[in-house]
Design a protein around this ligand. Structure first.
Ligand code: SF4
Length: 445
């Protein structure tokens, strides 16, 4: 990579644009009243998505940037499922009826720590929402924390897709991030899922971890190919110890620099593309016959809080501590602190802590940024009506063009071939909030 590009990448701290405006710009101007009004306004004609957050894990991985806590006693998770049931009841009381559901996602944390209680929550959701036939039910699983009986129960409850965290199979990397997970355990989880009928398996990988190298990143990617996933997500590790204290346990000196991170992401790309996967958006790969690859090809790919998705619902209702809901008029985030979330739920109040009301400019910029993140290009001629609202940062665009990252022809702006890991740099040119949040985001590569 060119030296000036490396400098640009090292200096850039950019959002992942899973929403726009991004969560650091949420404020307490949105609380339970706005959240309740937005729930009352949910259409019963359009499908919604549901997200459930479980903020517990058996042990904490030191690289983790998720809202989660070490489990401690099993009873904590049992109590959590009961609280989710209460929160669902409180939210459902504001809904105008039973909205249809097209997608559901359990994330965390490690949702499987709820065990059979997760199925009680699913049963309640089916009472309060009208799940469409063929709705996609997905769950994030830790291969170290699932057994065959539980997987069979998930299949019986209608789950069809599972995401397995891998990150790296290299033992030194695993020790340095406190996540020791054997190849055998991971294969066993994938085999059990397939045997139970949950055939759509996603794998999450990281690059830029301590002691990660091009060679061990390649070896991990090759092993992942042998797991035969439908999709692979490849994220750059975001080292932000000032914001995530657990990351202080990771020695700075063991981390690769921007150029090495680039080489690792390229090495993983080469292995996956060589095995027939199609690159999608910033950081996803899919089998050519997978729904995500087909959606990308047809221009139907979307981006939401879970990353790239085939989900076209415009309303997302989140449950659990820190969960974010998205409505036509704005975002509402639940209280991330467990005692506060629990207190609100027990008092039968919506546990909304903060959020954001979308302005016309936010909506217009959101559409452009989502287009950039999903397609790697945007034609400003197609948004003529909103041109005044979506003025890009021309200085940034000029800089990216001079560096060979983008090309412009007429009003079309496109990332150049080979620059996919730099996609966020193009999206950032349309972000009106960026300069207010520079230090809080991950490196651009
Ligand atoms: S299992 Fe997942 S959510 Fe839990 S600490 Fe590790 S990376 Fe974070």
């Amino acid at each position: 990579m060119d030296a000036s590009l490396i400098r640009l990448v090292e200096n850039a701290r950019l959002p992942r644009y899973t929403s726009y405006p991004t969560a650091p710009h949420f404020s307490t101007t949105v609380g339970p009243d706005a959240h309740a009004a937005w729930l009352r306004g949910v259409s019963l004609e359009e499908p919604v998505s549901l997200y459930l957050h479980v903020p517990y894990c058996r042990d904490l991985c030191w690289y983790c940037g998720c809202t989660t806590h070490a489990l401690g006693r099993k009873e904590r998770a049992v109590g959590y499922a009961d609280l989710l049931l209460r929160e669902i009841e409180t939210a459902a009381a504001h809904l105008p009826g039973r909205p249809p559901v097209s997608h559901l996602h359990w994330g965390g944390g490690t949702p499987s720590v709820l065990g059979a209680d997760l199925l009680r929550v699913m049963a309640r959701l089916r009472e309060r929402f009208a799940f469409r036939a063929g709705a996609e039910l997905a769950i994030e699983l830790d291969p170290r924390d699932v057994d065959t009986a539980f997987i069979k129960e998930l299949a019986g409850a209608g789950f069809s897709r599972a995401s397995l965290g891998v990150q790296s199979f290299d033992p030194q990397v695993q020790r340095a991030i406190n996540r020791e997970q054997s190849v055998a355990v991971t294969h066993a989880a994938a085999d059990a899922l397939r045997a139970a009928g949950i055939g759509a398996i996603n794998i999450d990988l990281l690059y830029g971890l301590p002691y990660q190298t091009v060679a061990n990143a390649e070896a991990t990617a090759e092993e992942v190919v042998r797991l035969e996933p439908a999709r692979v997500a490849v994220f750059g590790y975001a080292h932000l110890p000032a914001l995530r204290p657990m990351q202080r346990l990771i020695p700075d000196a063991a981390l690769p620099d921007a150029a090495e991170r680039w080489r690792q992401s390229e090495a993983i790309r080469a292995v996956l593309e060589g095995a027939g996967f199609v690159a999608i958006g910033l950081d996803h790969y899919a089998r050519p016959d997978d729904a995500m690859a087909l959606a990308a090809q047809a221009g139907r790919l979307r981006r939401n809080f879970q990353g790239y998705t085939t989900d076209t619902a415009t309303t997302l209702i989140g449950f659990g501590a820190s969960a974010i809901s998205a409505f036509a008029d704005g975002y509402a985030q639940n209280e991330p602190r467990l005692p506060e979330w629990r207190g609100a739920v027990l008092a039968e109040r919506l546990p909304t802590a903060r959020g954001l009301r979308l302005t016309a400019e936010d909506r217009a910029r959101r559409a452009v940024i989502e287009t950039v993140m999903c397609r790697g290009e945007v034609d400003l001629g197609e948004i003529e009506a909103n041109a005044e609202l979506v003025r890009p940062d021309l200085r940034r665009l000029d800089e990216l063009e001079a560096l060979g990252v983008i090309e412009r022809s007429g009003r079309r702006i496109a990332l150049r071939p080979g620059c996919r890991p730099l996609l966020r740099l193009l999206a950032a040119a349309f972000d009106a909030y960026l300069d207010r949040s520079v230090a809080r985001h991950a490196p651009a590569v």
